[in-house]
Design a protein around this ligand. Structure first.
Ligand code: SF4
Length: 232
């Protein structure tokens, strides 16, 4: 990976998508639990599961104390509800036991390393979820690498074909400025590009601003990447 190629791709997508201020979708607790629900689940089903859960159990204490089978049924629109329901109860129990309330705003006072360590110690919270929360809500200089960011950076060639998404968090961060606004925009741009243009099965290369520098395009789509499933 070269810093120049990575930066050139970032500037190119900034031209396409513009520069945004940092923003989150919800409040931090909502995002934390919604992100657990979102794992291997469509956005529509994540939203449906979250709404059903909060309609049935209006406070976070209610969710923590909910009978496991009822909570599992409520979040049924999400995939793997039998795994996610215990995680959600454990996460809420841990936060409320430590902080006295379901609130993680204290993370803003922690160093990035401490906050990352704290979040990833929670059940069901991995590097991607923790990075997203810390960047979007607490403006910490970290980079969430989801499936779209992983795939597009690999196709363009700024990440090696075998680099895992976990490893990509560190490798990309090392090559970018430690500036939350830059990192937020990098994440958003590659995420949007993966959703809208560089999709899994049918990348729209003829419409793509990165085509001149894209290793995947130059290989006629013959690169085998850890981020992309085989064609069916
Ligand atoms: Fe993706 Fe094609 Fe653009 Fe390369 S040229 S980044 S494969 S859409």
């Amino acid at each position: 990976m070269t810093n120049d190629a990575l930066w050139a791709a970032h500037l190119c997508l900034t031209e396409v998508y513009g520069t945004q201020d940092i923003y989150g979708r919800y409040d931090p607790m909502h995002e934390l639990i919604a992100t657990i629900l979102s794992h291997r689940t469509t956005h529509a089903n994540e939203v449906a599961a979250y709404k059903a859960m909060r309609d049935r159990f209006p406070t976070w204490e209610d969710v923590r104390d909910a009978p496991l089978d009822e909570l599992t049924a409520c979040i049924g629109p999400a995939n793997y509800p039998e795994v996610k329901a215990p995680w959600i109860k454990q996460v809420l129990a841990a936060i409320i036991a430590e902080r006295g309330e379901a609130n993680i705003d204290f993370l803003v006072e922690m160093s990035t390393e401490e906050a990352m360590k704290w979040l990833t110690s929670l059940p069901g919270v991995g590097l991607k979820t923790a990075s997203l929360l810390l960047l979007f809500y607490f403006k910490k200089p970290v980079l969430p690498v989801d499936t779209h960011v992983h795939r597009v950076t690999q196709r363009v060639g700024v990440l090696g074909p075998k680099v895992s998404a976990e490893r990509a968090h560190k490798l990309l961060l090392e090559q970018l400025p430690s500036d939350p606004v830059v990192l937020f925009n990098f994440h958003k741009h590659f995420y949007w590009h993966g959703q809208r243009v560089c999709t899994w099965y049918s990348p729209k290369c003829s419409e793509c601003a990165l085509v001149a520098q894209c290793a995947f395009y130059q290989s006629n789509g013959n690169m085998v990447l850890s981020s992309t499933p085989k064609k069916r």
